[in-house]
Design a protein around this ligand. Sequence first.
Ligand code: ZN
Length: 121
Amino acid sequence: MINHCEKELPYEACGLLTGKNGIAKTIWRMKNIDQSPVSFSMDLEQIRRVFEIIAKTDESLLGIYHSHPTDKAYPSAEDIAYSNYPNVGHLIISFSSKTPVVKCFQINGKKVIQLNIELVD
Ligand SMILES: [Zn+2]
């Protein structure tokens, strides 16, 4: 995930995480059709194809990630305004400092709650 976001700098990168029982197993690198350093939009056709593939597995959508090339790891006003998935984790990978920072949030309407994440293998 961090590698993907690093590769797309200076633009924002975005993607989906799917898995089960709260454990993400698959990373789906998505295209940022905005090609912008301050925003991202996913290609609806590409999202549709991912959902089509995971429908045939036991995985479901657990998270949506995107990077902030220069901003901190906190949802921007736009991230909150355009978020339509209150039940998945919104991960933000920030490159504003030397070491990338990953944080995860639940965005429900205007309410933002930070969620704990941990690495499992
Ligand atoms: Zn953002």
